[in-house]
Ligand binder design. Structure first.
Ligand code: HEM
Length: 281
């Protein structure tokens, strides 16, 4: 035995003419994409790059799943849409949990990297804005940030004009006979969704009799989970930023922590929170 595992004879080892793991995953491209700017290389710059790149990969999957959930709802396929939301929630948790890795970066270590970041900032993450747009936090001003990158700008500009996941859920409810107000259904989808009292009335009915509205009730709770998870990501980002740069301004030019804190007041599904004050006695 000798504390050695023999490679079984049937195990593939010659990839000169067949596809390997690295070929399939394009690891040549993926692992060549970490290009620290410091010279000589600062030890902690790789952490900074990997944390951002892994976040972008998870955001890519999240956009994919959100688009699919939205399309399933548009086709009245509630159960498969819920399956997508379940996966989205796990991605969000992974994104939130991974803040603990970056939280090991001290202010002194970051200060060394800071000059190499110049004006780049997560504020310029196109995929993050795609997620926000898909969830309904539309903002035409954000599209302009991507004028330097036509494919990202066009992608976002298209999403701006399309219904969000929530818009599709509300349209689904209307098709199922729920009294979703007409002004909500016909709203200008390029604007952020704002709270509707008539819609709170609809949800109040659902929450008053969960058994009679189970699929809808379950979807409402899944959406609240998604918003809750999103806010947790925002909060962990804020906390890490605060411990790393205090109240200094951001590389993207904002006031930093106070700008980020204002995002915690944004809401995707306001009625699903407001209905809670109406439940019970
Ligand atoms: C030590 C690490 C980090 C610091 C100090 C930091 C700091 C900041 C600051 C100050 C802002 C506000 C815009 C600005 O002025 O730049 C911001 C925005 C943002 N950052 Fe970070 N960040 C860090 C890591 C990350 C990571 C790992 C991600 C992952 C993708 C990320 C994603 C974002 C996003 C999406 C925004 C826009 C948020 C919004 O619009 O509310 N950041 N960051």
């Amino acid at each position: 035995m000798g504390n050695k595992r023999d490679i079984e004879p049937s195990i593939e080892r010659d990839f000169s003419s067949q596809m390997s793991y690295g070929d399939y995953l394009r690891l040549d491209l993926l692992l060549a994409a970490q290009q620290p700017q410091s010279e000589p290389q600062l030890h902690d710059e790789l952490l900074f790059i990997v944390q951002h790149q892994t976040s972008e990969l998870w955001l890519k999957l999240m956009v994919h799943e959100l688009r699919s959930a939205r399309s399933l709802l548009a086709h009245d396929e509630l159960a498969p849409a819920l399956k997508r939301l379940a996966r989205i929630k796990h991605i969000q948790r992974t994104l939130t949990d991974q803040w603990s890795v970056l939280a090991t970066l001290t202010p002194s270590e970051y200060a060394e990297i800071r000059p190499f970041l110049a004006t780049s900032s997560g504020f310029q993450s196109a995929q993050y804005r795609e997620v926000e747009f898909l969830l309904g936090n539309k903002d035409a001003d954000m599209v302009k940030v991507f004028d330097h990158d036509p494919s990202a700008r066009d992608e976002l500009a298209t999403l701006l004009t399309e219904p969000s996941l929530y818009d599709e859920f509300l349209a689904y409810l209307a098709r199922r006979g729920y009294a979703v107000p007409a002004d909500v259904l016909d709203r200008d989808v390029t604007l952020p969704h704002t709270s509707s009292t008539g819609l709170i009335d609809v949800f109040a009915e659902v929450y008053a009799a969960p058994d009679a509205h189970w699929g809808v009730y379950e979807t409402c709770e899944e959406l609240v989970d998604v918003e809750d998870n999103f806010q947790q990501w925002r909060f962990r980002h804020l906390q890490v930023v605060q411990r790393v740069i205090g109240h200094k301004t951001g590389t993207g030019g904002s006031s930093g922590v106070s700008f980020l804190r204002r995002a915690l007041d944004l809401t995707f599904f306001p009625e699903l929170y407001e209905v809670r004050s109406r439940i019970g006695g």
